[in-house]
Ligand binder design. Structure first.
Ligand code: CO8
Length: 258
């Protein structure tokens, strides 16, 4: 499929996805959401780390497309929200690490997209917010769920009720992003992080991701049992034998993802 709003680049095992709708600061309309869904469903299996960023210098994603939402009725609003939530969930459960390199505005659905990624790093020029209540709606692409989990209910409620837009240094302080960089250093930093991941065993990373993601919604007993099961699974992989043999033989491991 040819994409009108996505730009895809590959560098070894790293795929870089740019959301590109320059006329609306990369706001997400339903066509972009469908392109994203197609991209995620058909992600090339040689991709071992995905980096998502916004095209241009100003914006990561400035939210869902307000012009498309303006005249929706209740059922259409439900369906639009569901489309976004399903795409973001598909990103969240990809069996590979996904890094959001937030290069500018990450508002509304943009902040929600970043939160569906495993890790967020940001340009010092990035701005974050959930301004939906100022438009008469709530965060509808799973923002009420993920923001509260990521930064705690107190600050999530403050951000959502006030709709305030925060700078990257504040996002760093509250744990919404892991690190901030000068704009020109953002993509190199994302690539460097991805390269470090590439050096490790892919199945182990995927199982660790599954364990962290699924543990979130379980009680302590179920959570520890899940981790235990996934830990056991690692021992069925060639990479576990290779990783431990390499350590014992004092050499670098050669992981194959088996
Ligand atoms: N939707 C549509 N168009 C947008 C959006 C958007 N979210 N954001 C920016 N644009 C457009 C502007 O309308 C403008 O278009 P034009 O040139 O034709 O007038 C163009 O992009 C450039 O924007 P500005 O001129 O406003 O640029 P500024 O630098 O002055 O301001 C801002 C940048 C601060 C980002 C400003 O554009 C802004 O406030 N945008 C809206 C941000 C926002 O409110 N986002 C949240 C949207 S709601 C949402 O995401 C809900 C998700 C859940 C949906 C659930 C569905 C039921």
């Amino acid at each position: 499929m040819d994409y009108n709003f996505l730009k895809v680049e590959k560098e070894g095992g790293i795929t870089i996805l740019k959301i590109s709708a320059p006329k609306s600061l990369n706001a997400l309309n339903s066509t972009i959401l469908k392109e994203l869904a197609h991209f995620v469903d058909n992600l090339d299996i040689s991709t071992r780390v995905l980096i998502i960023t916004g095209d241009g210098e100003k914006s990561f994603v400035a939210g869902a497309d307000i012009s498309e939402m303006a005249n929706l009725n209740e059922q259409q609003g439900y369906e639009f929200g569901k489309l976004g939530a399903q795409v973001f969930r598909a990103i969240e459960v990809l069996p590979i690490p996904v890094i959001a390199a937030v290069n500018g505005f990450a508002l509304g659905g943009g902040c929600e997209l970043a939160m569906a990624c495993d890790i967020r790093i940001a340009s010092v020029k990035a701005k974050f917010g959930q301004p939906e209540v100022g438009l008469g709606i709530i965060p509808g692409f799973s923002g009420t769920y993920r923001l509260a989990k990521l930064i705690g209910q107190g600050y999530a409620k403050e951000m959502i009720y006030t709709g305030k837009v925060i700078r990257a240094d504040e996002a760093l302080r509250i744990g919404l992003v892991n690190a901030t960089y000068e704009p020109e250093q953002l993509m190199p930093a994302a690539m460097e992080m991805a390269q470090k991941m590439l050096a490790n065993a892919p199945v182990a990373i995927s199982l660790a991701k599954q364990s962290i993601n699924e543990n979130y919604d379980l009680d302590a007993e179920a959570s520890l049992e899940l981790e235990n099961k996934l830990f056991g699974k690692c021992f069925a992989t060639r990479d576990q034998k290779e990783g431990m043999a390499a350590f014992l033989e004092k050499r670098h491991a050669n992981f194959t993802g088996e």
